[in-house]
Design a protein around this ligand. Structure first.
Ligand code: URA
Length: 241
């Protein structure tokens, strides 16, 4: 949650916040806060306002193994959503998915009630890599690896940032690969493969930045992030502060 919103909940006036910020009297894990817009999770970080501990708000973070057939949305008129996979009591929380996966894409999706975090993680400034396991209906060659490295150009002229393609198997009608991209354009992976003349027949996200899909999580299942995964969030909040 934004620092100013946290402090406002403690009935601290905006004027006092600004003065305390300037005087370096707002400390986050012992370091002066940089801005009132800073994203803070007091479940992961210690917040001091003029030597007073602010209890603030502990955010929630889940890892979900998205199955095919559900849409990445909070509500949909016709289709089941990723939120429908959660028990009723969590559906009323202000949770949302960080990034979108297509309806037929499976794999790692982070869910949180920390609003600004998703915005930050998806912002091009932070270059969060996403890795996918891909199956396509044609051959993949070393030439394609180079094309992905150089930056695939879509038919409409849009150029993608360099991507890493690793070919796991290849035959004229079926190939398997992993691809790592640092952007999040609409249907990006599918369009990248289409532009080299093959169609994606299966797509699964295995990594989102430093977070890795838990092998023990079955499709449709979710769990809280563990302490190691939460430490990555805390470090990210610290760096992006
Ligand atoms: N790229 C796609 O084409 N689809 C996804 O779901 C994710 C990345």
């Amino acid at each position: 949650m934004r620092l100013d919103n946290l402090l406002a909940q403690e009935k601290i006036s905006r004027k006092s916040m600004k003065q305390a910020l300037l005087k370096k009297e707002i400390l986050v894990d012992g370091l002066p806060a940089c801005s009132l817009a800073q994203n803070i999770d007091t479940g992961l970080q210690e917040l001091l306002f003029q030597d007073r501990i602010i209890q603030g708000y502990e955010h929630t973070y889940f890892m979900l193994h998205k199955p095919a057939g559900v849409v990445t949305a909070n509500k949909d008129k016709k289709l089941p959503t990723v939120m429908d996979l959660l028990p009723q009591h969590l559906q009323s929380e202000q949770l949302y998915a960080i990034g979108r996966l297509d309806r037929d894409t499976t794999g790692l999706l982070l869910l949180t009630d920390n609003g600004p975090l998703g915005f930050q993680l998806l912002h091009p400034q932070y270059h969060v890599d996403k890795t996918y396991q891909v199956e396509v209906n044609g051959a993949l060659t070393p030439n394609h690896i180079q094309k992905f490295k150089d930056g695939i150009v879509f038919l409409d002229g849009t150029t993608c940032k360099p991507a890493q393609l690793e070919i796991l198997s290849s035959s004229p009608t079926f190939s398997q690969a992993t691809i790592t991209i640092s952007e999040g354009k609409f249907h990006q992976v599918k369009k990248m493969f289409l532009s080299i003349g093959v169609k994606v027949t299966s797509l699964k996200r295995t990594h989102f930045g430093p977070w890795c899909l838990d092998d023990n999580l079955q499709e449709g299942d979710y769990r809280h992030l563990n302490s190691k995964e939460l430490t990555i969030i805390r470090d990210f909040l610290r760096k992006s502060g």
